[in-house]
Design a protein around this ligand. Structure first.
Ligand code: NAD
Ligand code: MG
Length: 379
């Protein structure tokens, strides 16, 4: 029986994680659930899965939840509460399914406490990949990818020697606007940007998919997870999202991982690894799909991806700034304050204003992240 803590349990990844767990009640026990402000759903989840602790972002929400939950479930809140959900108690695996670099302290706390990390919160690796990976190595903690592309690469690398890897290819569906030209992007609405052709996901990652920032974050995430150089990472448009990503080896043999697009498969693999368990996911029937398409990535059409590669290559504080500027730009787009194409302008402007420096510790990351957010808000 693996004990699981879920940070961000009411979101897209969080609810699908609980769905996965519900299918295997003999394999998993939920010990902690943390959410932002959705008291109703968090309480419902707690009553169904009976964790020993739940956490909400705000005190008032925690007090409301307290009244609705049995006394044996501890209710905590805020940053400290989130750290307790991540590192207190006796979880074997912590699923990090919060959005954004705000998930960093809790992820580090879980690593320090020796928990296996099922990592969905890619922004933590983008903003502080060196710190996260170094701490995990020091503590002997496994970071298992939940992101479908990284789960694919992880599965393709099973039993392989790292030195035999020539390069990896991350596939990209192309997002909500993949068939539009840049000129056709100027008037797009928030609702249009939020309708993704293949995946149903949280709002922030859906916008990131439309700007291709998501693939940029994934490139940086892959660099850290698999210890690759940026020259070893390629991106390919694959509209059907059936091949989730692949690895090419030095002998030019290619191993890919395929499946219907359903996040419950990579989520479950991160929980069950190294075992595999049944899922309710549909089986892949290639004869019914008939053909799969692939297109070269167009870096002029998706400049944010080029920018992500540039920031990744610069390293040091550049990925932190790229991520923080994007988080604010997406918030501002979702609230109607800026247009879709302004997202890339905001990121580019903030990076232009930044002098890259080293970020040796969490404090320096937090400082530069905060600076980039202020800069992105003032544009
Ligand atoms: P989401 O917006 O659906 O869910 C976010 C969760 O975080 C919610 O439960 C929310 O209540 C919680 N949260 C917000 N603020 C919080 C706070 N201060 N304290 C505690 N919890 C808080 O997001 P999502 O789509 O599930 O994405 C989660 C992460 O997983 C992101 O980093 C995303 O990039 C990554 N990811 C998502 C998918 C997907 O299919 N949705 C796929 C790959 C990777
Ligand atoms: Mg992905």
């Amino acid at each position: 029986m693996k004990k699981i803590s879920i940070l961000g349990s009411t979101g897209s990844i969080g609810t699908q994680t609980l769905d996965t767990i519900a299918h295997h009640p003999d394999s998993y026990k939920v010990v902690a659930l943390a959410a932002g402000s959705n008291v109703g759903l968090l309480v419902e989840q707690a009553l169904a899965f009976r964790p020993s602790l739940v956490c909400l972002a705000e005190r008032a929400d925690a007090e409301a939840a307290r009244l609705l939950l049995p006394a044996e479930i501890k209710v905590v809140y805020g940053e400290e509460g989130l750290i307790e959900a991540a590192a207190g108690g006796d979880a074997d695996v912590v699923v990090t399914a919060i959005v954004g670099s705000r998930g960093l302290p809790a992820t580090l706390a879980a690593i320090d406490a020796g928990r296996t990390i099922a990592l969905a919160n890619k922004e933590t690796l983008v903003t502080a990949g060196h710190l996260v990976m170094e701490r995990a190595a020091r503590r002997g903690v496994a970071i298992l990818p939940v992101d479908s592309e990284h789960s694919a690469i992880f599965q393709c690398l099973n039993g392989e020697r790292r030195k035999d890897v020539k390069q990896i290819t991350l596939t990209a569906s192309g997002g909500s606007f993949r068939d539009r030209t840049r000129a056709e992007l100027s008037g797009v609405t928030v609702a249009e940007a939020l309708s993704h052709p293949n995946w149903s996901m949280g709002a922030k990652i859906t916008i990131d998919s439309a700007t291709m920032v998501n693939k940029g974050l994934e490139v940086i995430e892959a660099r850290w997870l698999f210890d690759l150089t940026y020259d070893q990472i390629e991106v390919l448009i694959h509209p059907e999202s059936i091949i989730h990503s692949y690895v090419e080896f030095t002998d030019h043999s290619v191993i890919a991982q395929l499946g219907v697009p359903d996040m419950r498969v990579p989520i479950q693999y991160a929980l069950s690894y190294p075992e595999r368990l049944a899922t309710p996911t549909e089986r892949l029937r290639l004869a019914e799909i008939g053909k799969l398409q692939f297109r070269e990535m167009d870096y002029d059409r998706f400049p944010c991806l080029r920018l992500a590669f540039e920031c990744g290559r610069m390293g040091l504080s550049a990925p932190t700034v790229f991520n923080a500027a994007n988080e604010v730009a997406v918030e501002r787009f979702l609230s109607g304050a800026i247009t879709f194409l302004d997202i890339e302008r905001v990121i580019e402007t903030v990076i232009g204003q930044h002098t890259v420096s080293s970020v040796p510790d969490v404090e320096s990351i937090v400082e530069i992240d905060a600076w980039a957010r202020r800069a992105a808000r003032s544009i």
